[in-house]
Write a protein that binds this ligand. Sequence first.
Ligand code: ARG
Length: 466
Amino acid sequence: MTDTNKTTNQQWGGRFSEPVDAFVARFTASVEFDQRMAKQDIQGSIAHAKMLTAVGVLTEDERDQIIQGLGEIEQEIANGEFEWSIELEDVHMNIEARLTQKIGITGKKLHTGRSRNDQVATDIRLYMRDEIDFLLEEVTRLQQGILSLAERNTDTIMPGFTHLQTAQPVTFGHHLMAWYEMAQRDYERLLDCRKRVNILPLGAAALAGTTYPIDRNMTAELLGFERPTYNSLDSVSDRDFAIEFTSAASIIMMHLSRWAEELVMWTSAQFNFIYLPDRFCTGSSIMPQKKNPDVPELVRGKTGRVYGHLMGLLTLMKSQCLAYNKDNQEDKEPLFDTADTLRGSLRAFADMIPAIEARSEHMYEAARRGFSTATDLADYLVRKGVAFRDAHEIVGKAVGFGVEQERDLSEMTLEELQQFGDMIGADVFEVLTLEGSVAARDHIGGTAPAQVKAAIKRAQDELATR
Ligand code: ARG
């Protein structure tokens, strides 16, 4: 990166009587972070040059020189040979200056009919579209991972919790399919966000449009955008799509943090519900026995920075009058970091989830210990003609007795149970088993193994259409 003390910008220095202060040049430059959009900037410029040629603003020869030059620049950047310069402020002017260096005056014609304001808005949208496409694949991979673990655990019984207290038995497969549903909504949200990302702002120029006979439909088509934007002022100032993306990302991170929390608990000696392979864990430098679930913990922690970026972008746009303001340059770092964080976190989870093994005997034992079939006993009494509130009371007393005796309902004798209600018969033991309890919840969305298998099948069919 070159950085001289005093600088006159060749792209806009015409009306300036003194060079920009060296600190101000550094302070206002974005090239250190927006050079990441170089590929998209070149892609946009090539489409723009083709369109300008089609409408007669550039000659075919000029167009070809521009395309050739930009192609070489892309190579230079890929090879790490490109010299980025702070004085040239941002990725757009760095590339344009290099093009002019290479092909002379024709390079200076590329900027006809556009402004950096619509150029940058185009570049970000192209960049985000690429990111979203990649993230959609990662969410899909995560969903596949969840399904593969769920498939192996359709009959694995664990305690279901409310308030983190044992509530009713569920299957591990059912629990995992709850995660799947969250991931499905995450996928749909990203896809929905993509629709509003995939619109072309180029042609808005600085803010009011341009006097050249541009063909925005053509540029949109060349770049794979759905259509051009419909208002030039809005085009250069709109960053809703960035906020939407960060919002969808925040919700994904929130989900990952919830799963992370469960994984951290479940791998603890106190729960001991799952085995997380060593490759996703690290040790302690002082306690030789430790195996820490660092990956879920770190993802849980990274959720905070993505929420921060969402708040940052909302605040960045707050009260901004139309149209483009330099404030908008601040959109990139939060966006890039959001995309990077999401990539890493999704990848970690997509790799890790299918590698988990259930410690089914511990899950079963935990479900057995927590009076998790108490509701089943109440439902049984209702079927025998007892009003639900009375049934609730009867079972509550039976549980109290069990707590005193340190015995589960299924471990009591028929006589013991009958002290609380004489309508209880020998058939009660069918409902007091964990297997009976889960199998009885046999409706769409229920935890019965048959329903979980159906849910997995439905999900597999959906994934197969992607
Ligand atoms: N680097 C700027 C950004 O990221 C590009 C657009 C600047 N336009 C301008 N007129 N200063 O937003």
